[in-house]
Design a protein. Structure first.
Length: 445
């Protein structure tokens, strides 16, 4: 881990400690392996909130953090620290099979976390620790219930003990505070997201050149993923949607196994991940490289909503406003085209919202909405969000002329909210119809 990343995670721990308060303690658990089938596991992925605070990507770990010193056991080797990372012990045999382990001895050097111990020490600490000096205990409950293997053994007695602890200390899920922190991205995070967006954008530009009738949807997916990995992205931000024709009207279509037909549109919703940070782009291309008049009509209505919403983005603008603004543009366009008689019914065809926050998660786990106490619906400088209006007319749509059936269009960009406006991080991917047709005519040999 380089110095810049260490400083980022350290700043997040410091801010988290400040927000939970001087009379609080937090125990944030990392992920464990998840079984896929028989003796095979899914590829390991660290819990995002744990990564946010530590940058540590090994399984079976936990972070204990407080603004005051935490006692780290009794007898020989006992001490105290305001932050302690519990990690797997070094094990030469297991490391031969599954890869090197950092070990607690290198935590300070490699991660700049002040205290470190082996994870099985956490069991004794949790079971013997007096929480009476604290008023609040923060835990990532929604992730604790997913823990397997040795971590499940380590925490079981402690989880049962919470029944007694909770009468003397307020037990709180840490996700809300971490979500508020994650909402506004730091310069380091913006750099990571821009890297992910750049990889995705370049991959789209290369991939759109190979699209043609007769290809399978999975050929397009394979091209995207090749370019992602070839540019330094270890994995997708989410499972790609590569949806030809009527499949585009299935919002989370994942099969990606149909032949692309001449005269259809192809909707691609995909994004690379870079160092755990996500991108999310959608473009809709004509399979044969040329839009029909009907396709172009629907496409340009969606494009207008995409472009006009992006123009509105700046600090203080609310997501609800953007949603309603997008719906108005879509409704007006369909009304003028004679496809919608009652503008209030536009959501029969637009179906989803105008966008979402993006960061460590594609649909980022950050605070949103408006309550009587606070307004998290209004955009802030440092937010990163998507703008993705869409219109969908699946086959057999009643009241819509047959020539529009099977048309599904979505156009999505990733937008950084700046001091006085915004920056489109994915603007280099063509989205004007003339640009798309020109780019798709430049076929690779």
């Amino acid at each position: 881990m380089d110095k810049e990343q260490k400083e980022f995670h350290k700043s997040r721990r410091k801010e988290f400690s400040r927000l939970i308060g001087k009379d609080s303690i937090a125990i944030i658990f990392g992920s464990t392996h998840q079984n896929k089938s028989y003796d095979g596991d899914f590829e390991f992925k660290q819990f995002k909130n744990f990564f946010y605070l530590t940058g540590f990507t090994e399984p079976n770990a936990a972070l204990m953090i407080s603004s005051s010193a935490i006692k780290t056991g009794n007898g020989e080797g006992a001490g105290s620290a305001s932050e302690i990372l519990y990690v797997q012990k070094k094990d030469p045999l297991r490391e031969t099979w599954n890869g090197k382990r950092l070990g607690f001895g290198k935590v300070r050097q490699e991660l700049d976390i002040a205290g470190a111990k082996e994870n099985f020490d956490l069991k004794n600490t949790l079971n013997s620790m007096s929480f009476s000096k604290f008023r609040k205990l923060y835990i990532n409950f929604s992730e604790v219930i997913k823990l397997n293997g040795e971590m499940n053994e380590i925490i079981t007695e402690f989880i049962n003990r919470l029944n007694i602890i909770s009468s003397n200390i307020e037990v709180i899920d840490a996700s809300y505070i971490l979500g508020k922190m994650r909402s506004v991205k730091t310069p380091y995070e913006i750099m990571m997201i821009k890297k992910a967006c750049g990889i995705s954008a370049d991959s789209y530009i290369e991939t759109m050149k190979i699209i043609k009738p007769g290809l399978n949807e999975y050929h397009v997916q394979a091209s995207l993923e090749f370019h992602y990995k070839n540019s330094g992205s270890r994995e997708n931000a989410y499972h790609p949607i590569v949806a030809g024709g009527d499949n585009a009207c299935i919002l989370h279509y994942e099969s990606n196994d149909q032949i692309l037909q001449n005269g259809d549109l192809l909707l691609i919703d995909s994004g690379a991940e870079y160092n755990y940070y996500c991108s999310d782009i959608t473009r809709t291309f004509p399979v044969n490289g040329k839009f029909t008049e009907e396709q172009k009509l629907i496409y340009n209505i969606v494009l207008k909503a995409n472009k006009e919403c992006i123009k509105k983005i700046k600090p203080g603008v609310s997501y609800l406003y953007l949603r309603n603004f997008s719906d108005k543009i879509l409704a007006d366009g369909l009304f003028r085209a004679g496809l919608l008689k009652d503008k209030k019914k536009v959501r029969m065809y637009s179906l989803h919202g105008v966008g979402h926050h993006i960061g460590l998660d594609t649909h980022d786990a950050v605070t949103s909405g408006k309550t009587a106490m606070e307004d998290n619906d209004k955009l802030k400088q440092g937010n990163v969000l998507t703008i993705e209006p869409g219109l969908y007319f699946p086959k057999n749509t009643k009241g819509i002329p047959l020539k529009f059936h099977g048309i599904g269009v979505r156009i999505e960009d990733d937008i950084l909210v700046t001091r006085n406006g915004c920056e489109n991080l994915t603007k280099i991917v063509p989205k004007e119809t003339i640009e798309i047709e020109r780019a798709m005519s430049a076929k690779t040999t």
